[in-house]
Design a protein around this ligand. Sequence first.
Ligand SMILES: Nc1ncnc2c1ncn2[C@@H]1O[C@H](COP(=O)(O)OP(=O)(O)OP(=O)(O)O)[C@@H](O)[C@H]1O
Length: 489
Amino acid sequence: MGNSRWVDPAPLEVARPRLPWWTMLPRWVKLVLLPLALAVVVVWVLAKVVRVVWFYPVSVALGLVTLLLRAWAGPWVFGAVVAAAAVVLFVWWWRDKTTFDVWLRWPRTEFRRVAVYAYQWRTVVRLSSLTASAKGREYLPRLRRTRSEGWRDRVRVRMVKGQAPEQWEARASGLAHAFGSQSCRVRVIRPGVIELDLVHSNPLASAVALPAMGSESAVDLRRVVVGRTETGKPWRLRLLGNHLLTVGVSGAGKGSLLWSVVWALAPLVKAGAVRLVGIDPKGGMELGQVPEIFDRVVYDNGEAAVTLLEEVAADVRKRAATYRGVRRLWARETGEPFTLLVVDELADLIAYQTDKRLRERAQAALQTITSQGRAPGFGVLAFVQDPRKEVVPFRNLFPTRVAMRLDEAVQVDMVLGDGLRARGANAHEISESTPGVAWIKVDGHRDPVRARAFHVTDTNLVELRHYITGGSAIIVPFPDAGPHEGAAA
Ligand SMILES: Nc1ncnc2c1ncn2[C@@H]1O[C@H](COP(=O)(O)OP(=O)(O)OP(=O)(O)O)[C@@H](O)[C@H]1O
């Protein structure tokens, strides 16, 4: 003990208890504030209840009915009613899956919201780095309304302030995997709110049959129906005041889109209100199937094709001159036909033509038609396999671009525009087993649309020929290269 020395004790390292600030307030202030605090708690609880009823109306209603029935009728009757309901649902599902799916959309929506999205939301957005933090506080994107449509779930999200949809697009693939879906697309609904499309199956897996030939009055050049979109709506293309460029590998189904447009226009062609002009540099393999529907058609990429292009370009200039100061857009009342130039393989005409002079003449004429033809009633419907700039240097002159199955992911943005692949337009992932499926980008619309063109069979083409010729068509031999004057339109 004699050599013991006094040692300073270690500083106390326990955290000092921190009391909430309001506990320090004087007693009378607490008494004054108590009713206010109670009111806030009541409003908060009410808001939670409203939120639950809003997001889960069917579950809340079912829960209430169950409680009432159980209390009112006793366990036996209650059990019998539940068993009967289960049997009815099973038989309904078994006999008619379509109406079952439609009617049970709401319960399914609520079930998926709880079991898939609400349950994992915090974890998934944290692991996907879609949260933010400031001053030690974590901000989470908020899960809003969800809607289950069978083939996809639409999940609305309020983003964290300062977040951009592009951040979600960059993580779309991870979100799809996390929520167990095939793909995820991001759509902007309004500032700060996006919708995730979590896709489970392909609603365009089976071919879409061509409808019966319509009547003349049913055709609207602003909304020509050429197929069905994945939401089940008609796929409408604007032809008046527009030009369309369709890109797709061989076998992508470009022919079905071409003939779907021609089929839809046939009543107007017959009535003389629409004039079709065709160039098929592949020797007539495509347009030669119904040459009668074309006013003029050429089956090569040489002098005849270029001359035809130049004639159309001259018509454009002439008609544009007569419109100057008189009218702004073609209308049927002018008495002049709307002219649609169909070019089956554009690259053969403006890129692969070995004669430089012909190539340049074709490019110049096409640029005139595409840049000046919209107002005076001229449209171009062009098809190409290779979308590179060296092949189609004036892609931007086509306001509507359609991407059918493509070879490479980089081609998507070449065809549809920058950033469209990130928005989910995966045209390079379209299956070989679904020809005719396409992604469409319309000028002025942010989001691309997925659709499938009608399946046009050989029988349909025979029918089309009969329709145009009034039943007097004879099977023509395979067309020779060179110009062809189609049947009188
Ligand atoms: N919309 C469609 N629905 C179902 N099947 C289709 C559809 N479009 C095309 N097909 C089928 O896919 C095959 C290839 O179609 P198509 O010849 O139109 O392709 P393409 O892109 O024009 O090819 P290419 O450039 O070689 O002419 C055909 O057998 C056709 O029957």
